[in-house]
Design a protein around this ligand. Structure first.
Ligand SMILES: Cc1cc2nc3c(=O)[nH]c(=O)nc-3n(C[C@H](O)[C@H](O)[C@H](O)COP(=O)(O)OP(=O)(O)OC[C@H]3O[C@@H](n4cnc5c(N)ncnc54)[C@H](O)[C@@H]3O)c2cc1C
Length: 288
C-alpha cells in the first residue's frame, strides 16, 4: 500500500461472515455508498478520502482450515497466512502467492499472480454475496478469471470465502520455493518503499517497466512520488507523497509512454475517491 489518502466517513473491520452480510444488507437499505477493503495493497485512495463506509475484511474475517488437499479460507485471510498453512500441511501450488501482500478475497477479485502462476490455478470454489443479498457459489470456471480480473471485479458482488485445491508436496521444498521467490522480490522490487506493486497492467507484447524506462522516466518525481529507480514498473512513495503526487506521476507516465510508443498503459492500481475533481467510483459499491 502507498500509505497515503484521507479518511473514510466510516471504517468497519468485520470479523464474521454473517456480520458482513448483515452490514451489507443494512447499507443497501440505507442507500449508502460502501467499499470492500481487503489489505488495501492495490489501492490509491485520494487525499480527500472516501465518502461512504469502508468494510474491511483483513485482520478479522480470516479463518483458515485445511482438509486433505483443500484449504478453506475466509476472504480476509492473508495470502501469507494461507501459504504458511499450505506449507505446514505439505501442500504445494500456493508458493507463488506467499509474497503477494493482500487477502485471498482481493486475490480472487484481481486473479493475483506472480512467478508463473495465478489464483485461477488453485481455486476450486468461491462463495460470494450477490447485490440482491443472496449467497452463491462459483466454480473456478464460473469465476471467469482473466488477466488481473474476475467476474467479481467491478461487479456488486463480495467474496465471502474461498476453497483452494492444492497438491500433496514436501514441506521443506515448499518452504525453500517460498524463500527463493521472496529473495527474488527483495532483489528486484523496491520493497523498502510503500507502493501498490506493479502500477500498470502488462500491455500485450510489452513490459510496462521497460516502456517506462525507455521513455526516460526512471526516477521521475513529483513531490514525494517517484518512478522507482530499482524497478520502473513500480511507482513508490519516497516519503511524504500525497495521493495527488502519485496520481500525477501515473498520468505523466501514461502520457509519455503513449506519445513515444503509442502504447496505452492501463493502471493495475485501483483508485478510490476524488482525483482531479472526478470521483473514481468504478470499483466501489453503491448500496442504492
Ligand atoms: C509490494 C507489492 C507487491 C505486489 N505484488 C503483486 C504480485 O506479484 N502479483 C499481483 O497480482 N499483485 C501484486 N500486488 C498487488 C496486490 O497485492 C494484489 O492485487 C492483491 O491481490 C490485492 O489484495 P488486497 O486484499 O490488498 O485487496 P485491496 O487492495 O484491498 O482491494 C483490491 C480490490 O479488490 C476488492 N476486494 C477486496 N476484497 C474483496 C472482497 N472480499 N470481495 C469483493 N471485493 C473485494 C476491493 O474492493 C478492490 O476493488 C503487489 C502489491 C504490493 C504493495
Amino acid at each position: 500500500m502507498f500509505r497515503v489518502g484521507g479518511p473514510a466517513d466510516c471504517f468497519v473491520r468485520v470479523t464474521e461472515k454473517n456480520q458482513l452480510i448483515q452490514a451489507l444488507c443494512l447499507l443497501k437499505e440505507a442507500g449508502q455508498n460502501f467499499f470492500i477493503l481487503g489489505n488495501g495493497s492495490n489501492l490509491l485512495v485520494s487525499d480527500a478520502g472516501y465518502r461512504g463506509v469502508v468494510l474491511c475484511t483483513a485482520g478479522g474475517m480470516n479463518r483458515i482450515s485445511v482438509e486433505d488437499t483443500v484449504i478453506y479460507a475466509e476472504a480476509g485471510a492473508s495470502n501469507a497466512a494461507i501459504a504458511a498453512a499450505a506449507k505446514a500441511h505439505a501442500l504445494t501450488g500456493f508458493e507463488f502467492a506467499a509474497g503477494i501482500p493482500g487477502t485471498i478475497g482481493g486475490g480472487m477479485v484481481m486473479n493475483a499472480g506472480a512467478y508463473g502462476s495465478e489464483m485461477v490455478n488453485v481455486t476450486e470454489k468461491v462463495e460470494a454475496l450477490r447485490a440482491d443479498g443472496t449467497v452463491c457459489r462459483f466454480s473456478c470456471e464460473e469465476m471467469k478469471f482473466g488477466y488481473r480480473s474476475s467476474i467479481i471485479r467491478g461487479s456488486h458482488m463480495v467474496v465471502l470465502s474461498v476453497q483452494l485445491h492444492l497438491q500433496h508436496g514436501d514441506s521443506r521444498e515448499i518452504g525453500a520455493k517460498m524463500e527463493e521467490l521472496a529473495a527474488k522480490r527483495m532483489e528486484k522490487q523496491p520493497l523498502e518503499y510503500p507502493s501498490a506493486g506493479s502500477t500498470f497492467k502488462r500491455p500485450e507484447g510489452y513490459f510496462a517497466g521497460k516502456l517506462i524506462m525507455d521513455a526516460g522516466l526512471k526516477g521521475f518525481t513529483v513531490g514525494g512520488a517517484q518512478v522507482s529507480e530499482k524497478h520502473c514498473g513500480f511507482i513508490i512513495n519516497r516519503g511524504g507523497a500525497t495521493a495527488a503526487d502519485l496520481h500525477h506521476v501515473i498520468d505523466q507516465v501514461q502520457e509519455s509512454v503513449f506519445t513515444q510508443f503509442g502504447v496505452k498503459l492501463e493502471p493495475e492500481v485501483i483508485m478510490l475517491g476524488e482525483f482531479d475533481g472526478t470521483e473514481k467510483l468504478q470499483e466501489s459499491r453503491n448500496g442504492s
